[in-house]
Design a protein around this ligand. Sequence first.
Ligand SMILES: C[S@@+](CC[C@H](N)C(=O)[O-])C[C@H]1O[C@@H](n2cnc3c(N)ncnc32)[C@H](O)[C@@H]1O
Ligand code: SF4
Length: 396
Amino acid sequence: MSETSHVFSRQLAIYIHWPFCESKCPYCDFNSHVRNSFDYEKMGNAYIKEINTLQNLFPKESKKIGSIFFGGGTPSLMPPILVNKILSTLEECWGFTEQIEISIEANPNSTDTERLLGYRNAGVNRLSLGVQALNDKDLKFLGRTHSYSDSLRALDKAAGIFPRTSIDLIYGRPKQSTSDWELELATALQLPVNHISLYQLTIEKGTPFYTDDRSKKFIMPDDNVQTSMFEISNFLTENAGFKSYEVSNYARPENMCQHNLAYWLYKPYVGIGPGAHGRIPVEKDSTGRIATRMHSKPETWLEAVLSNGHGIAGQSLLTMKERASEALILGLRLKIGINKKNFKYNTGVDIEETTISYEVETMKAAGLIEESDEFFRLTSKGRPLLNSILSRIALN
Ligand SMILES: C[S@@+](CC[C@H](N)C(=O)[O-])C[C@H]1O[C@@H](n2cnc3c(N)ncnc32)[C@H](O)[C@@H]1O
Ligand code: SF4
């Protein structure tokens, strides 16, 4: 099966959000919370309840689940028995495809062998480890509670347990030079992984790093340095046999993250747990999507699930225009770009109806966009300029 053969398939993707972390990293604006105590048993039962309610609320389809992603927060704090229970419930509700990919995000200091084996035995077949940096000084700066040697130990174990292993690294850190990054990435590429996500450090509003950046407690690398680091990332990964398939993601052949691909291809997905978003399919219509958003605060979500069976804080049937705009933003992140038939299949709109033609022609003449009857994509020159190109070509 080719890696993108599910372009026209009617598979379903499931995202499960676990909102707790042992401590909060100063750069992170994800929906993650630190709690000294919580009724985890109640919480576990609420996931099962929400899955059952969503399956009944939304039309039962012939669709089977092609990918599941446990994200966070720190889902590697979930007891393996809960992961097992969630997976059996999902299988009972929708069924699994034969090639289902089940990923879990893990922090290097919550990866003892018993826990990892528990996840594997429950059906998880891909582990994504938040390594972030390969030296203890920068890990400390990032507020991480693990060391570089914790990451190495965790990866060694994971490689023997899971068929697919990925790591996340954050680059473009204050005081990091391009040669520091080159050396660090070269080392990372020797690790036993078949997928790697490289994220440029972003300063998010409301985080401690936002305040520190504004008060010049540290100085972020300038745009030229960031661009060079991105180019180094593309060059080194390619040389090491990893294909760049999305702005921040690199995979060895046949190892692209099937779950994230489902988002970028604008496939439907169900989001379960505090703060999770979903794009629920509308029955017998490949283009219909109901956008769902769960309550973010774990306590509020839990109360809502106990009273209503689900924690939905808001939902709306997306218009054709909204679907087309989302599919354009997501699809252009992929190196293969947008398959025009897939775009129409999932949104109901031709891509030409969602873009400003004279802006597209200008970008094509400048070598930033390329297009055929089949596809519409950014060139390697255009890819680093994704956001500014989108703001020019997208019809509002
Ligand atoms: C949901 S997080 C987490 C998984 C896990 N809790 C961890 O931190 O290892 C997914 C990834 O987003 C990246 N990330 C989070 N905030 C970021 C930021 N402000 N800038 C760049 N990357 C960020 C990190 O690499 C992180 O591993
Ligand atoms: S461990 Fe991950 S999710 Fe939790 S605060 Fe840190 S980056 Fe965010």
